[in-house]
Write a protein that binds this ligand. Sequence first.
Ligand code: TYD
Length: 149
Amino acid sequence: MDNTSLTSPAATHDNGRPQPRLVELPKVNDPRGNLTFIESEQHVPFTVKRNYWIYDVPSGMWRDGHAFKDQHEFIVALSGSFDVVVNMGDGERTFHLARPQIGLYVPNMTWRYMDNFSTNSVALVLSSTMYDDADYITDMDEFKRLINE
Ligand code: TYD
């Protein structure tokens, strides 16, 4: 799937786990400039503990794949566009993010990488956890083993 529409997959995967899905955020249309907001646990299905953003991405660069044991994320293209490629262990799906009022919820135990950053793109990431190196799964074989446990 490659879209920015909200024809997102069902909230729950066949295996009963939540799965990545697009979420339309509130948008206050205003001739002075539009405004969108995110409230913890209201527009994202977790308590937001941390925010970070990725910017100044050189042309042709991608962000390596990994999954998180516990961390849930919500990713928004604040500016420009990029792809988020997700895999719950049964194949890849590509979400093209290009609108600042649409975000992608990425549950824990989802392998993901980011690619195709446009010039001057800014990726905002809301996270359910503080930064913890031990939460990262950076080996695809380990990810597949854990997802099948
Ligand atoms: P990383 O999450 O590995 O980035 P990506 O997923 O895009 O590959 O983070 C890159 C570096 O930044 C790593 O050395 C850890 C550091 N970092 C923090 O210190 N705090 C954070 O909240 C994040 C996201 C990263």
